[in-house]
Design a binder for this molecule. Sequence first.
Ligand SMILES: [Zn+2]
Length: 115
Amino acid sequence: MKRPRLRQIKPLLTPIDTRTVKPFNTRSYKARLQADPSLKFYSSAPWQQFRATVIAERGRRCEACGTTPNTVYLDHVEEQRDGGAPLDRSNVQVLCGSCHQKKSIRARMTRFAMD
Ligand SMILES: [Zn+2]
């Protein structure tokens, strides 16, 4: 007796391994540095020192929403690229990640609207 033959159909979509595929929007540090030279400032010793001192003095509490996250950002109230002083205590605030991101987006939108 002849047995029916089974044939495997080639899948239409190729599965991807998300563990190895890079997010498409990732730019290298070099590329980001080229787009924004002020990035170099944030790895400089004067800024690192200033940042550590101010956070130690004020505590790790977000000055906008009051949360105490593990990671805090020392944010420039007026960003350097908008003319804000880089190492002036009156121009910085401690922010949580969420507030820092919201503030950065707002600053970027304002900047683009003015350009
Ligand atoms: Zn916050």
